[in-house]
Ligand binder design. Structure first.
Ligand code: GLU
Length: 295
């Protein structure tokens, strides 16, 4: 470049804005390392944020957050600016929830898990699909400790034509129109603010935070594919841009089992203690996916 700047220094050259958003509810494992390195690779010269998703107050621990930053640094994962804490955005999350309430799109819900299972069983349905027991309760009726749910039917009625989103991952690549039946039959009206803890739910916190930093591409594991329809709905209802998505395959062990966070033996810190360096750890991972997006 004429002035000697590298392309990544040139703000006008930044096309992709993305993020790695681990929850500090346990140590990072190989699956997280794969996700972080996939994000770094697919972002190219783009901007990568690190967001610590600590909105779940009961399960998040500051010591895990600190260890995540340490492990990622050791791994060679680089991010722009300071790590961001999702909990710092609580005022903005509440404002988004309030805005939905003002539009009549949310309602308070006092149902316990047991209530939901019993109400479902009464109409011959198994599992945790919320049957809408509290739908129609006014927000003024909100009792401390109630959950707040999004009224899916009203939200869908408000957005008009169903939005589409682009998926570039290997599993479901293509353009998808929002699947309403999947949303309604799959979960029922989703919780946006949790019962008892009052924590903002992942789906609202995450979509808000992505919009706030201008995320253009969401890159994450395929285990979150089923959250994406709701995310696209929230983005559309809130007037936030709908990013492109890339859901990567999960790292599995030799028996095809997914490496879960509970599998402490796979914690990155354990590999470090055993003397592996970042290159050794990378060599344990499957090849990183190749970007196929048109930017
Ligand atoms: N915090 C979520 C997790 O650790 C990931 C959120 C996302 O990438 O959208 O599973």
């Amino acid at each position: 470049m004429p002035d000697g700047r590298r392309p990544s220094d040139d703000r006008s050259a930044i096309v992709i804005v993305t993020r790695f958003a681990p929850s500090p509810t346990g140590p990072l494992h190989l699956g997280h390392a794969y996700s972080a390195l996939t994000i770094q690779s697919l972002a190219g010269d783009g901007r990568v944020h690190l967001r610590i998703e600590d909105a779940d107050s009961a399960r998040s621990r500051p010591e895990y957050a600190a260890q995540i930053v340490e492990d990622l640094t050791w791994l060679g994962f680089a991010w722009a600016g300071e790590p961001e804490n999702q909990s710092d955005n609580r005022v903005a999350h509440d404002a988004a929830l309030h805005a939905l309430g003002e539009r009549g799109l949310t309602y308070p819900c006092s149902c316990t898990r047991r209530d939901i299972i019993e109400a479902g069983a009464a109409i011959g349905r198994m599992g945790m699909v919320y049957p809408g027991t509290c739908r129609g309760r006014p927000l003024s009726d909100e009792c401390a400790g109630d959950a707040i749910r999004l009224d899916l039917r009203r939200a869908l009625a408000e957005i008009g034509p169903l939005p589409a989103f682009a998926e570039f991952g290997p599993l479901n690549a293509g353009t998808h129109r929002l699947d309403v039946s999947d949303l309604v039959a799959g979960m029922g009206d989703p919780v946006l603010r949790r019962r008892e803890s009052g924590d903002i739910a992942y789906d609202l916190a995450c979509t808000h935070d992505d919009a706030a930093i201008g995320v253009t591409h969401v890159i994450r594991g395929e285990d979150l594919w089923h959250n994406t329809a709701l995310h696209v709905l929230i983005q559309t209802v809130m007037g936030w841009p709908v990013p492109s998505y890339f859901h990567h395959a999960l790292v599995r062990d030799g028996n095809g089992r997914r490496l879960a966070k509970v599998d402490r033996s796979k914690a990155i810190a354990r590999y470090r203690e055993e003397g592996l360096n970042a290159g050794d750890l990378r060599a344990l991972l499957p090849p990183l996916p190749i970007s196929r997006w048109a930017t």
